[in-house]
Design a protein around this ligand. Structure first.
Ligand code: ZN
Length: 210
């Protein structure tokens, strides 16, 4: 059975929610959106040649664009805003120098099994004073991607990825694997610009609840 992922039907509701949450917060948190891969590192390659580095950059740019439409925008920084390769340690340095309150790394998944699908959310294996917040955000994202866009939840996982390890301990760190470029349905969904907008909204909305 083909599962249909949703994209634009809830946009207006979501933007409205963003306005409400935005108005509630007095001081804006500093958010780092870590845009995975870039330059010669394409990340995963999808069925039709679409590259993970481009898909996540589109999503990140949409997050910025949506944020700029809010009455009280968050302070959001991207680790890259073009097709360039940034080292993992430079991504960490940016978060530290800005004293970021939250670090969210954007990726897309790939598997040899073309049936694999859904959203995976990773938090650092090593615990810290921010572990609770990271885990809360991770479950919130899983639930919202499922509820709003129809993505399957593959669970919240604990990992020792370098980017999680190095940014951990000073802020909550979460890595999002936003669907499988190796799955026919999700690859088609992720190739559609309107879906990038929908995914960007879920990411932004959850950050605003934090
Ligand atoms: Zn990746």
């Amino acid at each position: 059975m083909k599962k249909v992922l949703k994209n634009v039907s809830f946009i207006f509701l979501l933007l409205k929610m963003c306005f409400i949450f935005g108005q509630e917060s007095a001081t804006q948190k500093i958010i780092i959106i870590d845009v995975g891969h870039g330059g010669k590192d394409s990340g995963a390659i999808g069925i039709n040649g679409i590259k993970e580095k481009d898909v996540v950059l589109n999503m990140a740019m949409e997050i910025l664009r949506l944020n700029n439409h809010l009455e009280h925008p968050l302070e959001i920084y991207l680790t890259r805003s073009s097709d360039t390769l940034i080292s993992l340690s430079d991504r960490t340095k940016l978060a530290n120098s800005l004293k970021a309150d939250l670090f969210v790394s954007l990726h897309c998944n790939h598997a040899n099994n073309s049936e694999a699908r859904g959203i995976e959310v990773y938090v650092p294996k090593e615990t810290s004073q921010y572990a609770r917040d990271a885990i809360w955000l991770a479950f919130e994202w899983q639930a919202t991607f499922k509820e709003k866009l129809g993505f399957e939840s593959r669970g919240v996982k604990f990992a020792d990825f370098q980017v999680l390890r190095e940014t951990n301990g000073q802020r909550p760190v979460v890595l999002l694997e936003l669907g499988f470029l190796s799955n026919l349905d999700e690859h088609a969904y992720l190739s559609n610009n309107r879906s990038s907008i929908a995914i960007a909204q879920v990411i932004l909305m959850t950050i605003m609840k934090y």
